[in-house]
Design a binder for this molecule. Structure first.
Ligand code: HEM
Length: 517
């Protein structure tokens, strides 16, 4: 072909592609959301987040202003009382975020036939363990795998890990020096990672797993301990939530076609390879992985996927809650004092022996400790939202029509700040959970709804790690309070917008002022 003609063809093809992309962006981000919004405008119990882009812009602004990344959800809940659902629009698909007790009540009735887990290839949980039971539809297979895990996490099984949990904390605190500056969030995250990996993979993991080469998008790599590599990899995956390329063309993120997805995928593959190699040589027959295979006859690959899912679900959630509990106690010296006194009254001191049944009973019977943990999980829920669900057929929820396949999420953060259910929702008041307290009832004097509080979610797909997590929080927090103390700078304590998350800018940092030995 004549060279000029070929150039002309190329220009025409190029223009064609650019026009198509332009039309796609116009329709997807302007026309369809506007049509959808007009339809949604009819329902007075719905609030719009404007668009996915605006929602992302809110998150970016919050991070920049050193606020909790989802501060805009709390703000909306506090300023606008009468709504049940918040929605975000992308093209002709919509995600419905349930925010009220009424919406939760209806949601629970509709599981799993009408509302079930959505297969969502974009979230971190799916990237890490695509066929873990938390990522598949409810059904026979899900039930068998989830039941097997749940049986390994009942109270008497979870209690056997208490000495190991306390020893992991003690080992970390032993390395601290009085006067030293500590990034408490980071250190607690390291402790809960040690704990969960030992439970899931085996007690030999910290000594036997190979180091990793952490890959950067520029092709360079850094040698790292597995325990440092894992949280860094998770943070990288989470940060892609605001990736502009994937927001416009979701398939580039789903199939890992561009950076940073390409590098993240290589790091995930490396994580899985190292872990599989370790598991092939692990000698701990008591690990959850081995028990799933040997006792419950779960196929090896399914058991591997499930423990990768459990690792993701059980690591940052617990460390986040412990950092948060320490932070809110420091912000509220009266609650801190009351808790220390309650522990002393129950006979918990720095010399307490955590290997005895009496200690377990004493900690479990400490009511104020229970209230502090509950209030921490209310004010700063580590899982600010449920995993994604979808409507299995067209439905109406709190009067709002939802099409088949549209996403539904429980917005736990908003629910926990509902002013009709909670007195002064921004305040840390553990007494809310004390039946004797004036804060136990709703502001209008009625009994609070059972659905007002859902840190571990509700219904069929609620968190199966609740017992293990609650034990870990109670024992680590009480041990920390008895054996160490830190001074948090006033500037951190004064920040009323602060909450924690792996991807928040806000970390709990302070100076060590006391350690028991
Ligand atoms: C403070 C700690 C924790 C909190 C606040 C928490 C909260 C949650 C929430 C809100 C969900 C979403 C449920 C839904 O989509 O409706 C969930 C799911 C899940 N959590 Fe937890 N979790 C915690 C710790 C753990 C631990 C320690 C484990 C296990 C080691 C765990 C394992 C799971 C699994 C496997 C799911 C998916 C369940 C399914 O879809 O069947 N979580 N968790």
């Amino acid at each position: 072909m004549d060279p000029l003609a070929s150039i002309w063809v190329c220009i025409k093809v190029g223009l064609g592609i650019v026009t198509c992309l332009g039309v796609y962006v116009l329709v997807e981000f302007l026309v369809l959301p506007q049509c959808r919004k007009r339809r949604m405008g009819k329902y007075s119990n719905l609030r719009s987040s404007k668009s996915l882009m605006n929602n992302m812009a809110d998150m970016k602004r919050n991070i920049k202003e050193n606020k909790y990344i989802f501060w805009h959800f709390i703000k909306l809940r506090l300023t606008e009382e009468n709504y049940d659902v918040f929605y975000t629009v992308r093209g002709n698909t919509t995600a419905f975020l349930l925010t009220s007790v009424k919406a939760y009540e209806e949601f629970k009735q509709l599981q799993p036939d009408v509302i079930d887990r959505k297969i969502n290839p974009q979230n971190t949980f799916t990237k890490l363990a695509p066929s873990a039971f938390g990522n598949i539809k409810s059904g026979k297979e899900w039930n068998k795998r989830r039941n097997s895990v749940s049986k390994l996490m009942v109270l008497n099984k979870s209690s056997q890990y208490i000495p190991m949990m306390v020893q992991s904390l003690d080992a970390e605190i032993r390395t601290w020096k009085i006067g030293q500056d500590i990034n408490v969030s980071e250190r607690i995250s390291a402790i809960t990672l040690t704990i969960i990996t030992k439970i899931l993979f085996g007690s030999d993991i910290t000594s036997k797993i190979e180091d990793c080469d952490y890959l950067h998008p520029d092709g360079k790599s850094t040698k790292m301990r597995f325990m440092d590599f894992y949280p860094k990899m998770i943070l990288d995956i989470m940060l892609t939530f605001s990736n502009i390329k994937a927001s416009i063309f979701p398939f580039v993120g789903v199939y890992d076609l561009v950076e940073p997805f390409v590098t993240n995928r290589k790091n995930i593959n490396q994580f899985q390879d190292k872990l599989k190699k370790f598991l092939a040589n692990s000698t701990d027959a008591g690990s959850v992985y081995r028990k799933l295979i040997d006792e419950f006859k779960i196929p090896e690959e399914d058991a591997f996927q499930d423990i990768c899912g459990l690792l993701f679900a059980g690591h940052d959630t617990t460390s986040h809650a412990i950092s948060s509990a320490i932070y809110f106690l420091k912000k509220n010296p009266e609650a801190d004092k009351k808790l220390r006194e309650a522990l002393a009254t129950c006979g918990i001191t720095k010399d307490t022996d955590y290997f005895t049944i009496e200690t377990k009973e004493k900690i479990q019977s400490c009511e104020y400790l229970n209230y502090v943990i509950k209030e921490t999980l209310r004010i700063d829920p580590p899982a600010f939202s449920s995993i994604v669900y979808e409507a299995c057929r067209p439905i109406t929820l709190v009067g709002v029509p939802i099409k088949k396949s549209e996403s539904i999420l429980l917005n736990i953060l908003s629910l926990h700040h509902d002013p009709s259910q909670w007195h002064e929702p921004l305040k840390f008041i553990p007494e809310r959970f004390d039946p004797e307290s004036e804060y136990f009832l709703k502001p209008d004097g009625d009994t609070r709804s059972l659905y007002a509080y859902a840190p571990f979610s509700f219904g069929l797909r609620k968190c199966p790690g609740q017992i293990l997590a609650t034990l870990e929080l109670k024992f680590l927090l009480s041990r920390f309070l008895c054996t160490a103390d830190i001074e948090i700078p006033e500037s951190l304590l004064e920040n009323d917008y602060a909450r924690f998350a792996l991807f928040s800018n806000f970390h709990l940092e302070g100076k060590v002022t006391y350690k028991s030995s």
